[in-house]
Design a protein around this ligand. Sequence first.
Ligand SMILES: *[C@@H]1O[C@H](CO)[C@@H](O)[C@H](O)[C@H]1NC(C)=O
Ligand SMILES: *[C@@H]1O[C@H](CO)[C@@H](O)[C@H](O)[C@H]1NC(C)=O
Ligand SMILES: *[C@@H]1O[C@H](CO)[C@@H](O)[C@H](O)[C@H]1NC(C)=O
Length: 343
Amino acid sequence: MWTSLAVGLAALVAPSQAGLRFGCSTLSIQRLDPIVQPGINPSTHVHQIIGGNMFNASVDPTIDVGNAASCTTCVFAEDFSNYWTATLYFKHRNGTYKRVKQYPNADLVNGVQGGMTVYYTQQDFNSNGNQKITAFKPGFRMTVGKPTTNTKDQAVKNTGIRYTCLQTIMTRGAETPDFPTKPCPAGIMAIHHFPACWDGKNLDSADHQSHMYDTGKGGFQVAGPCPSSHPVRMPQVALETMWNTTEFNDKSLWPTDGSQPFYWSTDDDTGYSSHADYLFGWKGDSLQKAMDSSCMFDACGNGNPLKTQNAAQMNACKIKTFVDEPVDGWLPQLPGAPSFIKA
Ligand SMILES: *[C@@H]1O[C@H](CO)[C@@H](O)[C@H](O)[C@H]1NC(C)=O
Ligand SMILES: *[C@@H]1O[C@H](CO)[C@@H](O)[C@H](O)[C@H]1NC(C)=O
Ligand SMILES: *[C@@H]1O[C@H](CO)[C@@H](O)[C@H](O)[C@H]1NC(C)=O
């Protein structure tokens, strides 16, 4: 029964319908940004970073990170890419800030510490739209969203960047372009979908975005076709970060004017400045092999075709803190004192 069903489906949706969903522990939390502010130490705001140990104030784009790195906080041991977003802070009524901790998503390997959930899908969650998916190349990088986005109109247009107010760890679907206005019992999920259409030439661009084109429609819906300017369909990379706000959900700690108390490390309490960065670093052709196969999620591991590592190995991967400043505990100001100009 199962075999004939599987064969029937395979005939309909050739060449493949692989999808990856996996956990990566926190690698580091510090003020560095090798894509947007390369070589600048410290960068303007704090990031939370996952992935391989080549992350640094700058990462030479001519280096093949997948060969140069030696460990990663991701469960797929050949993924030495780095992924990062801003960090969430709570602002107390008394004016001081404390970093909100991340917690591991549902259905990940036990023992993930903080970090994010990473997706590489094809056309949507379950299929690839019957098209070739081309893996990124060494040196590839991109960003989605901008730390300067400060209007709701702009935020609404960034369909890949959303929030879910988690009633439980499993809450999905109700997404907003701005921070939830009420306490969320299981925290706030920050969602980042990167664009997936590539111009076929440039590994990066001056704004780190124009070499890519977004045909996503939000969530894991079927994306539109790639335009002729950006004809190459790449994996749809998405991130989910589970911010555990429960320590701060007592409304007596919230602002007396009824506004919500969470700030991105960019000094933004609207949520519009949400952004994410991707620096490719899969080893050899491992990502292409996964995209060409028909495995789904965890079944892509244990050598089918990707190598898997355990949580202890993930959590043992560390980098130095290159920026000498506290990012945790009650802080009189956000690290670097960035200023977000509301429109
Ligand atoms: C990070 O950059 C510093 C300063 O340029 C350098 O000394 C160090 O070796 C780099 N670390 C890695 C892992 O590349
Ligand atoms: C603000 O509140 C926190 C939490 O109660 C406390 O630890 C901190 O000392 C307070 N800071 C100031 C400046 O009042
Ligand atoms: C969230 O934070 C609370 C309060 O600090 C803690 O008790 C709880 O274990 C955390 N939840 C998860 C899933 O980590």
